[in-house]
Design a protein around this ligand. Structure first.
Ligand code: 13P
Ligand code: SF4
Length: 303
């Protein structure tokens, strides 16, 4: 039904991608017409960072938020990286500055700093290594220390601290999408939809994760749904995730209470078309930050 509305932009984007030798990387929270109709690579933050390393095109368009475009640029310094809307930020990335990280390090000498990929390049540059929700446990365990400074997502740090037994020194950053879910909401869903399997993102508060059957990154949730272990699921995360998976798994019933990420929703087909038509807006990183930030991302990818 929506095809007539999208067709013109989709045709134009597919043509512009060929003309510009461009690829579109899209996060799992992008709307279905972007995720299924114009993207070349889709996935969670970890997959997008990994795949960004293998891109052969001249131009990368990030259908996601600014920190994702910055990560793609770090890994592809010689390519043009475009973000269709510069204002597509992230409440986690906005919660912390490079000076905050330096102060934390000074207050806890010798404790390694693991920075969530949802941060600016300037914050990454102050860190020992990065992590995503898909590899946070493995990254923390790889350090072999009793304590870790894990920033800026307080809830992710507490959830990983619980899983690993490592003492977390963290920061009061929260994802504005996931912090709004409550344990009561999950209990109500179970009553209203008996047998529903609850999958929660680890950016949710620990008391929400405790009510879920499974916690994992958006890619882990996607894999769980694809495994066919559940006939009825609810994804405690951003809305578009269920819309995208429902297309791929028509036999699975999706219960869809969800919260929208206003930053992800800034990326639209017309915005992507405009980015490719005008080759804007280009993401750049100051050279004095880029090498140190890249090292933190590359250490993560190596693990
Ligand atoms: P992942 O896709 O890495 O799980 O991240 C979720 C998210 O909120 C990204 O902004
Ligand atoms: Fe940031 Fe949360 Fe939006 Fe992801 S969903 S971009 S973590 S605000």
């Amino acid at each position: 039904m929506e095809w007539a509305l999208f067709e013109d932009d989709i045709e134009a984007i597919l043509r512009l991608k060929r003309e510009r030798n461009a690829v579109i990387l899209a996060h799992n929270y992008q709307t279905p017409e972007i995720f299924h109709c114009v993207s070349d690579i889709v996935g969670d933050s970890l997959a997008l960072a990994r795949e960004a390393q293998t891109v052969e095109a001249d131009v990368i368009v990030m259908a996601g938020v600014h920190f994702m475009a910055e990560t793609a640029k770090l890994l592809n310094p010689n390519k043009t990286v475009l973000i269709p809307d510069m204002a597509a930020g992230c409440s986690l990335a906005d919660s912390i500055t490079a000076a905050d990280v330096r102060a934390l390090r000074a207050a806890h000498p010798g404790v390694p700093v693991v920075t969530y990929v949802n941060t600016s390049a300037a914050v990454k540059a102050e860190s020992d290594l990065c992590c995503t929700s898909g590899n946070a446990k493995r990254i923390v365990e790889s350090l072999g220390t009793d304590s870790v400074i894990m920033i800026p997502d307080e809830f992710l740090a507490r959830n990983i601290g619980k899983e690993t037994g490592v003492r977390m020194i963290t920061w009061a950053g929260h994802c504005e999408v996931h912090e709004r879910f409550t344990p009561g909401e999950i209990r109500r869903m179970r009553q209203e939809h008996p047998g529903v399997v609850v999958l929660a993102h680890p950016e949710c508060p620990p008391e929400v994760v405790a009510e879920a059957d499974f916690a994992g990154s958006t890619a882990h949730m996607s894999d769980f749904v694809a495994s066919g272990k559940a006939e009825k699921v609810v994804l405690i995360t951003e809305c578009s995730m269920s819309d995208n998976l429902a297309v791929q798994h028509p036999k699975i019933e999706f219960i869809r209470p969800c919260n929208l990420c206003p930053h992800m929703k800034r990326i639209t087909l017309p915005a992507i078309r405009h980015a490719l038509e005008t080759m804007t807006t280009e993401v750049t990183i100051e050279p004095h930050l880029a090498d140190r930030a890249r090292a933190a991302v590359e250490r993560m990818l190596a693990i």
